[in-house]
Unconditional design. Structure first.
Length: 749
């Protein structure tokens, strides 16, 4: 028996929706032609259900049409090609019209039986089955084991009345709904969710500048609190029991996924992560014990955290938290069933700020007792707390929640269709004091005021007194004692003010740190040499400004280097820029752009073709580097900037080469020579007539540089990394086409 589990595409005009994995299904506006929404949750229930079926050796396929960016036609074709016997789709209230349409099409295309799951159909079960003859089964609530049970009964032709949590149409046309399956108590009995079917690099929750790709995890299920608007406990779980996984099992999963997929961070998207202090501290100790080396974040309840717990979490790598505040009115918070202690929440917020942990706050307009005054108070509260990021939304009473029943009884649900249950911009309710239009106005006003607040912050924190953008400049160092002093002196002599200087030291055994400490710099030390890409990532995470410049420790820069390079950002489309690099004691430029077989006259004019320009000493907008997923840390000494440039370019970003800003190398650097060679190697980005010449030139340059390194630099030990890096790139350029298809041809979004 062959089974497909699916999260079908959901697009309405220029809006893309997310459902599976989101407790609050909604749509987001995207630019024309874009197939991926900016936020993509991991489809937890589908992935766990697929894992359960695989463990029992059922042939199964999981298709996430949203994360894969599929059209309905592409999704249907992919599903039909698997020739399934059963197709299960996860649904939601706002997407139900789309869900039913696609379910009917897949029934016709694949000739398979169709099952639906998700909160909407779990509540309106009989109605869905009566009105849609093509739907064969509905799985109620938490459905992993129900699906397994259903498949076993279908395969063995045993009575479906034995399958708890199932609703189905009997042969005589009547509908039978079996008793609901109790929520799963032993979460560790489940296998880890399958990920091999899915485009794992695309799942993203880009709050607080979390590095990507990000692993989304569950360490628990359920919530003991009784928010009247929350969809999960009452509808998906059917109770308020809080169930947890063994911390060791959780960290085993994180460690495995990090090694297999190369995640740069992980996020616990639990209903409420931080319940049970002893468990959280045990989990943190396990994370530290494994020395995973990547940051993480969690969805937490603000009044259930204390300083000891938060410090333990930070020590284990926590860099961001999400807190659901909902309202600045304690009366409204209590009336909503959340009963969050706002005074304790404020302490948790300030504690996070004190510890340097970023925080994301969520607020909801339209809860019981809401007025214009309480909304104003909530907006003022949000601006005063000044989170790193936030979310304002409209209370959306999904069927099955207590709030839906209340509003239905009072006649205050004003939606004309299920499609309107999209709290990202449209209200489906009115309250005693506020109309639908009032609520929508306040949502728009809240985001307007937040935007103004952000702009004021940018003026205050991101611009100098002279009206110039503030810049963080970092210098990656390893055994840089001989050249760091002139390097730092050239930075301090810049005509354009440098707001922040970061030294990222890779465990230098020489006097590098001692020399750096004599200057007004912030020093970040790695315990050992992690390589250049890791050093760059550390600097981007630590930098406090949007513009982040970099120079090598063996370089000095012209007095007007930063002033000239910053002029390129007058064009808002530009995300990065670089200048020329010249060997200090040689007359010939050391930068690759003078390669004689290039078609352009490189000279002194500004070149604006990003396919050829992937900078050396450069400056980027931090937000763009975070968005693209930071540097690939497999490159220890070379090509991390080439890789970044290619990925930025393929993502539609603009990078500028400007010959006016000039940096000088103080000493001959083998890394520079190999880096220069690679600019000439990358023939896929050359015009077609030059590809053959470039191909031949690759081998000439590559082996010439390797011979020189082996002759001149063996005593330094650095050639091991250089040879590994260059060989790796040569292999990927010619052989590993899957690498380019995954990491370069398609942006890592």
């Amino acid at each position: 028996m062959r089974i497909i589990l699916g999260n079908p595409p959901w697009r309405i005009g220029n809006r893309l929706g997310v459902r599976a994995g989101s407790r609050w299904p909604f749509t987001m506006e995207v630019t024309d032609g874009t197939r991926l929404p900016p936020y993509i949750p991991f489809p937890f229930f589908l992935a766990y259900a697929a894992a359960v079926l695989e463990r029992e050796r059922f042939p199964v396929m999981l298709i996430d049409g949203i994360a894969e960016g599929l059209t309905e036609e592409e999704y249907l074709a992919k599903a039909a090609a698997f020739n399934p016997d059963l197709v299960l789709h996860e649904t939601s209230t706002a997407s139900i019209a789309t869900d039913l349409r696609i379910a009917q099409k897949i029934k016709e295309a694949a000739y398979a039986r169709v099952a639906l799951a998700g909160p909407h159909v779990s509540v309106l079960t009989e109605r869905i089955l009566k009105e849609n003859a093509f739907v064969d089964f509905i799985l109620l609530g938490e459905y992993e084991l129900t699906l397994l049970d259903l498949c076993a009964h279908l395969m063995n032709a045993t009575p479906l009345g034995e399958v708890n949590g199932l609703s189905f149409r009997k042969p005589d046309g009547t509908i039978q709904t079996n008793p609901r399956r109790p929520s799963l108590k032993d979460l560790d009995s489940l296998p880890w969710p399958v990920r091999h079917f899915l485009p794992m690099e695309r799942y993203r929750d880009a709050f607080c500048d979390m590095p990507h790709p990000m692993l989304q995890m569950w360490a628990s299920r359920g919530c003991p609190y009784k928010c009247i608007f929350c969809l999960w406990p009452d509808v998906m779980y059917g109770d308020h029991e809080y169930r947890t996984r063994d911390p060791k099992n959780v960290v085993d999963e994180v460690e495995y996924c990090q090694k297999k997929y190369g995640f740069k961070s992980f996020y616990f998207d639990d209903d409420t992560f931080n319940l049970g202090k002893a468990r959280i501290i045990t989990l943190c100790r396990e994370i530290k014990k494994r020395n995973l080396g990547i940051p993480w974040a969690a969805m937490c309840r603000a009044d259930a955290i204390d300083e000891e717990m938060l410090r333990q979490m930070k020590d284990a790598g926590l860099i961001a938290v999400k807190y659901g505040i909902e309202s600045a009115s304690q009366r409204i918070v209590n009336a909503s069933g959340k009963k969050l202690d706002l005074k304790k929440a404020e302490k948790a917020i300030e504690l996070a700020r004190k510890l340097g942990i970023r925080f994301h706050l969520t607020f909801t307009f339209g809860l019981p007792g809401e007025t214009s005054e309480t909304i104003k108070k909530t907006i003022d509260y949000a601006l005063e707390k000044d989170p790193d990021c936030l979310q304002f939304s409209l209370a959306t009473p999904f069927p099955g929640t207590e709030y839906h029943e209340r509003l239905k009884k009072t006649g205050n649900i004003v939606a004309g269709s299920w499609e309107e249950y999209d709290g990202s911009g449209r209200s489906v309710i009115q309250t005693e004091h506020l109309s639908r239009e009032d609520l929508e106005h306040w949502l728009s006003e809240a985001y307007r005021l937040w935007g103004e607040h952000q702009n004021k912050k940018a003026v205050t924190k991101g611009v100098t007194a002279a009206g110039l953008q503030k810049v963080s400049l970092y210098i990656p160092c390893y055994n840089a004692a001989k050249t760091l002093t002139p390097c730092l002196e050239s930075v301090l002599a810049q005509s354009y003010p440098v707001d922040e200087i970061l030294i990222v030291d890779d465990g230098s055994p020489d006097e590098t740190v001692a020399i750096a400490s004599r200057y007004p710099v912030k020093i970040i030390r790695h315990p050992k040499n992690l390589g250049l890409a890791a050093s760059r990532n550390t600097a981007f995470r630590a930098a406090r400004n949007e513009f982040v410049a970099a120079i090598d420790a063996d370089c000095v820069i012209d007095t007007n280097w930063l002033e000239n390079i910053m002029k390129n950002f007058s064009d808002p489309a530009v995300v990065g820029a670089c200048g020329r690099l010249i060997e200090k004691y040689q007359s010939a430029p050391a930068d690759a752009w003078r390669a004689t077989y290039m078609p352009q006259h490189w000279g002194e004019e500004r070149i604006r073709n990003p396919y050829f320009l992937f900078g050396t000493d450069n400056i980027y907008k931090k937000s763009s580097i975070i968005e693209i997923g930071l540097y690939n840390e497999c490159f220890k000494t070379n090509f991390e900037d080439v890789d970044m440039g290619i990925r930025l370019t393929k993502a539609g970003k603009t990078f500028i080469y400007d010959p006016l800003p000039i940096a000088y190398h103080l000493k001959r650097d083998t890394a520079l020579s190999v880096m220069r060679a690679y600019y000439r190697w990358y023939s896929p980005n050359y015009p077609a007539p030059l590809s053959a010449a470039a191909l031949a030139h690759r081998f000439y340059i590559y082996f010439g540089d390797l011979l020189r390194m082996l002759k001149d630099d063996c005593r330094t030990g650095r050639e091991r990394f250089l040879i590994i890096d260059t060989t790796l790139w040569l292999y990927r350029s010619f052989v590993d086409t899957k690498y380019y298809a995954r990491n370069i041809v398609s942006p890592r979004l």
